[in-house]
Design a protein around this ligand. Structure first.
Ligand code: KDG
Length: 300
């Protein structure tokens, strides 16, 4: 199997996941990082999985960088910026395992990840697939958003993949209109979109999953996968239409990272030649394991 490079772009934060009342386990996580981390674990070793972000030069940033490298993720596109620190988020879960987040990320180093167009262009040059999320775009300045969107469009125009999860976080955006316009501009630059129902209703008044698919396909996305928690994933590509339900039901302890790990397994399977429904079955299986553990990553 030939060597390929995957480049995921976004923010990795310090994660605090509640393990008992008042006790938190510290890890490192962030949606695009979670996908890269899980992809690294499921892809052949000959494939490179790289992460592009900015972190600080503080001890926590050093530990984050070491964690990435120990996990087998290529860190050549991680820049350490003096006088900045990483973002932090805390996970709380309810009795059904549904998670909620509190963030301290408004001045995180990652907000500068797309400030330098040359750096972005160099890092994406050799990538067979570039992965970004709505969170990646939400944390950037308007100018940096344009830089990133231009580069994603170039990746698509040169016949390579851009995978995009809108991962909607209304609180990170200036206005609902800016959120909608930016996310649909990212969709137009994508070859594979992995949105989540019903989260998409915060973006557009889509009546159902079919409407979400139609909107992304209308924006020019060839392969659209709509995740729906424990419900069936709906997939439409130029090869067909499928609905794939998870096999069996699990009782989640923490739903953090379900969508990110689904994306990782789905993309890894598709890139290594699996057809869409098989990729979705593997994706459900990995997400099902992740939600049985606390935190976004699950070393299974
Ligand atoms: O919400 C975010 O910005 C995060 O990246 C935190 C979590 O790791 C992520 O949302 C899980 O999908």
């Amino acid at each position: 199997m030939s060597h390929k490079r995957i480049l995921s772009i976004g923010e990795c934060m310090v994660e605090l996941a509640a393990s008992a009342p008042g006790t938190y386990r510290q890890g490192f996580a962030g949606d695009t990082f979670n996908t890269a981390w899980h992809m690294r674990r499921v892809l052949p070793a000959s494939w490179e999985v790289a992460y592009l972000t900015c972190i600080g030069t503080d001890p926590m940033s050093d530990r984050m960088l070491a964690f990435m490298a120990e996990s087998g993720i290529a860190t050549d596109a991680v820049t350490q910026l003096p006088r900045t620190t990483p973002g932090l988020y805390m996970i709380d879960t309810d009795a059904s395992g549904e998670r909620s987040f509190t963030y301290w990320r408004s001045a995180s180093a990652a907000r500068h990840l797309a400030d330098d167009p040359d750096r972005l262009a160099r890092a994406t040059e050799g990538a067979d697939l570039v992965y970004v999320s709505g969170i990646t775009l939400a944390i950037l300045s308007p100018q940096a958003r344009d830089t990133l969107l231009t580069i994603l469009a170039q990746v698509k125009a040169t016949g390579r993949h851009v995978a995009f999860d809108s991962n909607i976080r209304p609180g990170l955006w200036e206005t609902p209109r800016i959120m909608r316009e930016t996310l649909m501009a990212a969709a137009a630059a994508a070859t594979i979109a992995l949105p989540t129902w019903p989260d998409e209703t915060a973006l557009c008044d889509d009546a159902d999953e079919e409407a979400v698919i139609a909107r992304y396909r209308g924006a020019g996305v060839a392969e659209v996968v709509v995740k729906s928690g424990p419900g069936p994933a709906r997939i439409v590509s130029d090869r067909g239409t499928w609905q794939v339900a998870p096999e069996g039901r699990v009782a989640p302890v923490d739903t953090t990272g379900a969508g990110d790990s689904f994306n990782a397994a789905y993309l890894a399977a598709r890139l290594t030649g699996a057809p869409e429904p098989e990729a979705a079955r593997g994706a459900h299986a990995l997400a099902g394991k992740v939600i049985c553990e606390r935190g976004a990553l699950c070393a299974v």
